[in-house]
Write a protein that binds this ligand. Structure first.
Ligand SMILES: Nc1nc2c(ncn2[C@@H]2O[C@H](COP(=O)(O)OP(=O)(O)O)[C@@H](O)[C@H]2O)c(=O)[nH]1
Ligand SMILES: [Mg+2]
Length: 449
């Protein structure tokens, strides 16, 4: 992939619409533009939207494609860091295709998905985590996910990571400087002890900062991808009724006949700005019916993949079989006493009446589970970034351990590894090829983004 190419793409959906936006970016932008419009590009002021005719060849008035608005962003003060033009066209697919074809005829090439953002990253306009936040923003499934991604786009998280990187550099400098300064053949031990005493607080502080960032990123992931809550329990306790109440729609079939639900029924709802995916399952009981048995197996599989299990009962929570209890083991469980309009059973965390739509206590418990209280701290990082942070966290705990044992060289080595991890994560690393970065990060972006 040639990073210096001038690229062009439709940035809006390929369908008739009010406006279609075609983006052109790269070093040849103004020379290509000079062929498409009659005004000389020197006379097109940056950052202003100007109406003008767009031609396949501006020298030939018969090749007029559209009368549209042209906005010119002069590099480096543009999104990509290079000269960029946005054509806001009448929203016809044919017009957009003709403008793209003209750009290509005069020297541009079709952009790959995400390539404009890739240019921005390569030109230092955004860090890789920032670029990923742009994608997360476009795909955000809930209002909280959107707010979170927007904070990522602003670069706040990247700045925190950069400052951790600065601290790591300082940690190496301090350890190595003191060593060179202090160590003599006579009192090695004392010198090492002094480096350890001097460096441990900083090493500890950096490790703590990374662990906290990791936790905040994990919480951000939950907000970004939503929370899967599996509704489970014995037959006829009101699981399907609860699903319908939670998603406020008639998703699952409700009857007084036990064993009605067999396959998993799914519904989504946004509660307090967080996306919840609810899975209604077959009632857990032993049954000779082979179809119902398969449904129960699916229910147990769903429990295994749940972020939280909503265990529903209208009698007691004591009667689950060993296999069912095993499936619940280690899972966060909210025990729901349903049919509270009839009676309140013992042992429940909260009571609902799915029949009357009385589920406020359940919604409150779900919000609490999502730990909304401290979700203000959550940060938007991708699964890729989370992988880097996890490895960085491990490297730093090893570094801290090496240091406490007086192994200064091993300590510096681990810190150095940490810096490499951060550089790869932020996109500073020279070792990664453009194509690798493109494939792991940008290839799944939208075209024209
Ligand atoms: N009184 C009362 N009946 C309920 C409540 N929730 C569900 N039911 C009834 O219990 C029966 C079984 O409900 P359903 O949702 O199919 O239970 P599931 O088998 O656990 O999915 C139906 O007749 C529902 O109308 C409730 O909160 N109160
Ligand atoms: Mg059911």
């Amino acid at each position: 992939m040639e990073l210096l190419d001038t690229i062009v793409a439709l940035a809006t959906p390929r369908q008739p619409a009010a406006i279609a936006v075609v983006r052109l970016s790269g070093p040849q932008t103004t020379s290509i533009l000079a062929h498409l419009v009659r005004r000389s590009p020197e006379n097109i002021a940056p950052n202003s939207a100007l109406p003008m005719g767009i031609y396949s060849d501006a020298k030939n008035p018969e090749t007029l494609i559209d009368r549209a608005v042209v906005t010119f962003f002069k590099g480096p003060r543009s999104f990509t860091g290079e000269d960029t033009v946005e054509f806001s066209l009448h929203g016809s697919v044919d017009i957009a295709d003709a403008v793209i074809a003209a750009c290509i005829a005069w020297g541009a090439r079709p952009a790959r998905p995400g390539e404009f953002t890739m240019k921005a990253a390569v030109n230092g306009k955004v860090t890789l985590p920032q670029a990923e936040a742009v994608d997360a923003l476009i795909r955000a499934p809930s209002s909280r996910a959107r707010t979170l991604a927007l904070r990522g786009v602003s670069g706040e998280t990247s700045r925190q990571l950069e400052s951790i990187r600065d601290d790591l550099l300082r940690a190496i400098a301090e350890a190595e400087y003191t060593i060179e300064d202090d160590i003599t053949n006579d009192d090695d031990q004392r010198a090492i002890a002094s480096v350890v005493a001097h460096s441990l607080p900083l090493a500890h502080r950096i490790h703590l900062a990374v662990s906290q960032t990791l936790e905040r990123a994990k919480q951000g992931q939950r907000i970004a991808r939503g929370i899967t809550a599996v509704i489970a329990g014995e037959p006829n306790v009101g699981k399907s009724s609860l699903l319908n109440a939670l998603v406020d729609a008639d998703r699952a079939i409700v009857t007084p006949i036990p064993g009605t639900t067999r396959d998993i029924v799914e519904g989504q709802a946004e509660i307090g700005g967080i996306l919840f995916r609810f899975l209604d399952t077959a009632g857990l009981r032993s049954t000779p019916d082979p179809v119902e048995s398969l449904g129960i197996q699916r229910a147990l599989d769903a429990i295994a993949s749940a972020d939280v299990v909503l265990l529903v009962s209208d009698q007691s929570f004591e009667s689950l079989s060993g296999e069912q209890l095993r499936a619940l083991k280690g899972k966060p469980v909210i025990r729901i006493g349903n049919k509270a309009d009839l009676h309140r059973i013992p042992g429940a965390d909260l009571y609902t009446s799915a029949l009357n739509g009385d589920i406020a206590s359940l919604k409150a418990a779900l919000l609490k589970f999502a730990s909304l209280d401290d979700s203000e701290d959550a940060i938007c990082l991708s699964a890729r970034d989370l992988g880097f942070l996890t490895r960085l966290d491990q490297a730093l705990s090893q570094a801290e351990e090496a240091l406490s044992n007086g192994y200064i060289d091993a300590y510096s080595d681990m810190i150095r590894q940490g810096i490499i991890l951060l550089d790869d994560m932020l996109g500073h690393s020279k070792g990664q090829s453009g194509e690798d970065i493109y494939q792991t990060i940008f290839s799944h972006f939208c075209l024209g983004k």
